[in-house]
Design a protein around this ligand. Structure first.
Ligand code: PLP
Length: 436
């Protein structure tokens, strides 16, 4: 099989004349073997404009938990398209969806919606600041909470610039950010409860929130150490700090109730996007009443022209309805496929003499070339052989397998055992080509 990308390349050249960088989001520029144009997706398969087929583990960067073109979801959206596009009023689907979320998300007394995870995070931080009257928040090095100023800090800093592990320096993730946002954040390494406690002892009077990915999916697929999330819960309660779980990746994916259900730790607020809507642009902040009521009381402003767009709510409601109905089959399948891929990738690395660590939870598989037996925090993850991994991803793309460059593989409910086994055969061949 030979993979020509002539049409994609020509279109990207053309796109650069009208779209900055020729892509719609920064991360797409780094794609191997370069930005591609896609035209069709079915189940686990994605097709580019040159007719190449890929077993897709990018899944739109996570939303496609039910795979490409999930029929039930699309049918619900299609039906809605014929009724009402947008009204700037209320719609029955909002109630149906929100009552579902109350049933499945432990922290959900009340909910509000936006279109992207970044907006949900902004909302959660605003509620926390209004509730506590404090301004700072704690975030962890290597965690991603979206691209706006207040949070795109110390996502993937160069460890050489980022100061000591115990007291990381906040590093802005972009040019054009106002400097004072760096004063509003305290950055800590993840999975170190003692450091969180020391920090809160000294600074709790100025800290509104602690935000964390409950599983560090954006850097290394790292699980919380036993007791870490419970410890965060205790400390936040003790110091009056609002605990926010950013479940944009873990939500609906590691279980219907997300990481909070899996680990049995309930935050004050949680943010959702991606898996909540099977490909439609929906995000949510769900939380306990005492926090969400600030919106009810008009003390916190929350807006958005496109919030609860009926088309989006139709898709999302159908997606969560499907997950609720099929939870006993979908999640065991997702976990079985995740384990199969994880084990197979680790074995392939060993077979080719490359120290390989596989990580993650359930259908989010992490893979890195590293001597380490585990990652605990961002600095561990940063110390991996990313250049060899980049070449591995490029070789996989030549063999019709599309994973995410940072080492993440998303699995959908549509991925089958045969998909995973075909992937592993191709991964074996790709790694053979890489190690020569
Ligand atoms: C954990 C987490 N939070 C927030 C976001 C931001 O979401 P969005 O890209 O929809 O703005 C992301 C995106 O990848 C994410 O992974």
């Amino acid at each position: 099989m030979s993979y020509s990308r002539a049409k994609s390349q020509a279109w990207w050249e053309r796109a650069k004349n009208s779209i900055a960088g020729g892509v719609g989001s920064g991360v797409r520029l780094a794609e191997q073997p370069g930005p591609l144009f896609f035209e069709r997706g079915v189940g686990s398969r994605l097709y580019d404009v040159d007719g190449n087929e890929y077993i897709d583990y990018v899944l739109g960067q996570g939303p496609l938990l039910l795979g490409h073109s999930p029929q039930e979801v699309i049918a619900a959206a299609r039906e809605q398209l014929d009724c009402l596009l947008i009204s700037a009023g209320q719609h029955w689907l909002e109630i149906e969806m929100s009552e579902r979320l109350q049933r499945v998300l432990p922290c959900c007394d009340l909910v509000r919606y936006n279109g992207s995870g970044s907006e949900a995070v902004a909302m959660a931080l605003r509620i926390a600041r209004a509730y506590t009257g404090r301004e700072k928040f704690i975030k962890f090095e290597g965690h991603y909470h979206g691209w706006p100023d207040p949070v795109i800090i110390s996502y993937w800093p160069d460890p050489k610039d980022a100061g000591p592990r115990e007291t990381p320096r906040p590093i802005p993730g972009s040019g054009g950010m106002v400097a004072h946002v760096l004063d509003e954040v305290i950055v800590l390494p993840w999975n170190d409860l003692d450091l969180v406690e020391q920090t809160l002892k000294a600074h709790a009077h100025e800290v509104a929130a602690l935000i964390t990915e409950p599983i560090m999916f954006n850097s290394g697929g790292i699980q919380p150490k036993p007791g870490f999330l419970e410890g965060l819960r205790d400390l936040c309660s003790r110091y009056g700090v609002v605990l926010i779980f950013d479940e944009v990746i873990s939500g609906f994916r590691v279980g219907l109730g997300g990481a909070q259900e899996k680990y049995g730790v309930t935050p004050d607020l949680a943010t959702y996007a991606k898996g909540i809507a099977a490909g439609f642009p929906l995000s949510a902040v769900a939380g306990k009443r005492e926090f969400m009521d600030l919106i009810t009381q008009g003390k916190v402003l929350h807006g958005g022209t496109y919030n609860t767009h009926p088309l989006v709510m139709a898709g999302a409601n159908a997606a969560v309805a499907y997950l609720e109905r099929e939870r006993d089959t979908v999640y065991p399948h997702l976990y079985a496929m995740g384990d199969r891929l994880r084990t197979g990738l680790r074995e392939i690395g060993a077979r080719h003499g490359l120290p390989t660590l596989t990580t993650g939870v359930g259908p989010v598989v992490g893979m890195a070339f590293t001597q380490r037996e585990a990652f605990n925090d961002y600095r561990d993850y940063a110390d991996r052989d990313q250049e060899t991994y980049r070449r591995f991803v490029a070789a996989l793309m030549e063999r019709g397998v599309r994973p995410i460059l940072r080492g993440t593989w998303y699995i959908s409910a549509a991925h089958t055992e045969a998909d995973i086994d075909a992937t592993l055969d191709r991964a074996d061949d790709a790694l053979k080509a890489v190690v020569g």
